[in-house]
Structure formats: structure tokens, C-alpha cells
Design a protein around this ligand. Structure first.
Ligand code: ZN
Length: 318
């Protein structure tokens, strides 16, 4: 019972934004360019929107919606109808999900969210410095009503199915080409505290061979051992090693949390992922939202009241 209540409190039931604007500077992982970014409070119903301040001749606003995901091979890249894009949004989006922030304007003067140290730790600090504010609007959630599965036919599978409250995630990876990663499993019922304490620290990772290939393709120019775990077979190349034994699967879980936040509201459901990435999570979201029988939009406060009334009735009849 206590665990159930804790899960639900992941989303205090108002739309949220930041109290103050907060700036930060970093480099883009793929372009390697310096990026200045500012997180700015936004009002009720605004959603999370990226604004490219370096683009003046076209629509420079890119809503953080799963429908705007244009390229999900290496990271989550969002693109608007005018062709203006922003890449590597997932770790910032995960931090916003962790705190339940639904409305925010994210200004940046380049095409990529700064990679920082490859985790969500710096974004957590920024959000805490800026402060979080409830808005006077009830928070809605997407409640999953039936199991929806997406498999890519190459071994990756993702699935959403009903859960009683909050978001539960389990994830499995199996890297046969690298014994340093190997097979790892992780599961979490998402709360703000658990996100900050147990998930946010985990850094992005890649194989040494991939780094070479990406460099040849002009990608990962900003990548270094300071912002990614790099693995070569059975070795972790970072001199300081891993932050935890299961850092890899925890990071993949964080990517899921960030990608799911592109719905614009929390999910009441259980996500299960196996060997999947951004592309499969996005395909699953599109599949769920295209099926009116698969979900319902509920007001979280009302849903919580119903749950508690249900529990009282169950105790009475027990
Ligand atoms: Zn990631």
C-alpha cells in the first residue's frame, strides 16, 4: 500500500513549470559546437517547446512532441514543419519528466542540447536551482488500457500495458559484442526521488568501434570520455570506470523516461523494453496514440480519488 502511494506521488497533480529562467552552456555531442541554452518558465497548456534563437528566417519553435521525432537512430531528434530541428533532447526531457515539469520554453542557439557529462545530473541541478512551480491547472495523464507491443523484427521489442498508478519501467539489454556490458536488467516505479537518486547519474555509452565510425561520418565530434562511457570488448576505456555496475541499463531506462515525456503528460502504465532504443519507443508511442481503445486521458486528481475510494471499498468488503 505504501509503495502504491509513493508511485502516484511521482506526479503531484498540477501542471508545472520553473520559477525562474536558468541558463547553461555546453557542447553538442554530434556537432561538437558550443551551445548556449536557457530554460524559461511557460504558462498553462504551453507544453515543452524548444526555440532555436539562431534561426530567424523560418519558424524556429519545435514542440517536444513524439509526433515531431524525425530521426531516432542515435538520439531523439525533433523537427518542425519548417525543417528546423533540435537533437539529443532525451536527457533533458528525462530530467523534466523526473520532476513532472510539463510547461517550459527551452531556448538554444544551436541544433543540439548540450551533452553535459552524458547523464541528467547537470539538468537536475539546473532545475533545482531555478525552482519548480505549480500552475493552476489540473494535470492530465495518459492511462494505458490495453497491452500494445511493437517489435522491429531485429530483436528489439517494446510494450506498454496497464498499471494501477504511475509509470513503471523494466528494461533489458544484451550486448553480445561487449562483455563489459553483457546482459543487464533494471526495473523502477518512477518517482521524483528515485529518478534523482537512482537514474539521473547514468551516462550515455558507446563502443570504441562506433566512435571511429561516427567520427568518419562527421558525428560525435563533441564526444569524449568526459561525456560518454566508451567500451571496447571487455574493457571500459574511461579512466574513472563506471558509476555503477549497471550504469548501461539504467541509462537506457533514462532514455525511455525522456522519450515517453514527449507525450506531454505522464503515463499511467508499465513500459517494458528489450534491446530497444529511441526509434522503437517512438514507434510504440505512435501505435498507442493511434488506437483509441489503447488509452484514456484522465485527470490525475480524479483518478487518484477513484483509486482511493476503490481501496476503501475493497477494505470494507474484505
Ligand atoms: Zn541517452
Amino acid at each position: 500500500m505504501i509503495a502504491e502511494i509513493k508511485t502516484l506521488s511521482a506526479y503531484r497533480c498540477r501542471e508545472k513549470t520553473l520559477q525562474n529562467t536558468i541558463p547553461c552552456t555546453g557542447v553538442g555531442l554530434h556537432g561538437g559546437q558550443k551551445v548556449r541554452m536557457a530554460l524559461k518558465p511557460a504558462g498553462i497548456g504551453a507544453g515543452i517547446r524548444f526555440v532555436r534563437t539562431d534561426v530567424a528566417d523560418r519558424d524556429n519553435v519545435i514542440p517536444a512532441s513524439y509526433l515531431n521525432v524525425a530521426d531516432a537512430r542515435l538520439c531523439s531528434c525533433l523537427r518542425n514543419a519548417a525543417g528546423v530541428s533540435v537533437s539529443t533532447v532525451e536527457h533533458l526531457m528525462a530530467a523534466l519528466a523526473g520532476f513532472g515539469i510539463t510547461n517550459l520554453t527551452i531556448e538554444l542557439d544551436g541544433p543540439e542540447v548540450p551533452i553535459m557529462d552524458g547523464s541528467a545530473t547537470d539538468f537536475i541541478t539546473l532545475i533545482r536551482c531555478a525552482g519548480i512551480m505549480d500552475l493552476d491547472a489540473p494535470l492530465k495523464a495518459v492511462k494505458i488500457l490495453k497491452e500494445v507491443v511493437y517489435a522491429d523484427g531485429k530483436g528489439a521489442e517494446v510494450c506498454l500495458y496497464p498499471a494501477r498508478e504511475g509509470l513503471e519501467i523494466d528494461f533489458m539489454i544484451d550486448f553480445k559484442q561487449s562483455s563489459a556490458i553483457g546482459r543487464q536488467e533494471y526495473s523502477i516505479a518512477l518517482t521524483e526521488r528515485d529518478f534523482c537518486d537512482s537514474v539521473a547519474y547514468a551516462r550515455t555509452f558507446c563502443m570504441a568501434q562506433e566512435v571511429e565510425m561516427m567520427h568518419k561520418a562527421g558525428l560525435a565530434r563533441g564526444g569524449s570520455l568526459d561525456n560518454a562511457v566508451v567500451v571496447d570488448g571487455d574493457k571500459v576505456l574511461n579512466p574513472t570506470g563506471l558509476r555503477s555496475e549497471n550504469e548501461f541499463v539504467v541509462h537506457k531506462t533514462m532514455d525511455v523516461i525522456g522519450d515517453l515525456w514527449q507525450l506531454g503528460m505522464p503515463i499511467i502504465g508499465h513500459f517494458s523494453g528489450a534491446k530497444s532504443g529511441h526509434a522503437q519507443t517512438n514507434a510504440l508511442l505512435r501505435q498507442v496514440m493511434a488506437d483509441p481503445d489503447a488509452y484514456a486521458v484522465v485527470t490525475l486528481d480524479e483518478y487518484r480519488d477513484e483509486l482511493q475510494a476503490g481501496r476503501r471499498n475493497a477494505r470494507r468488503s474484505a
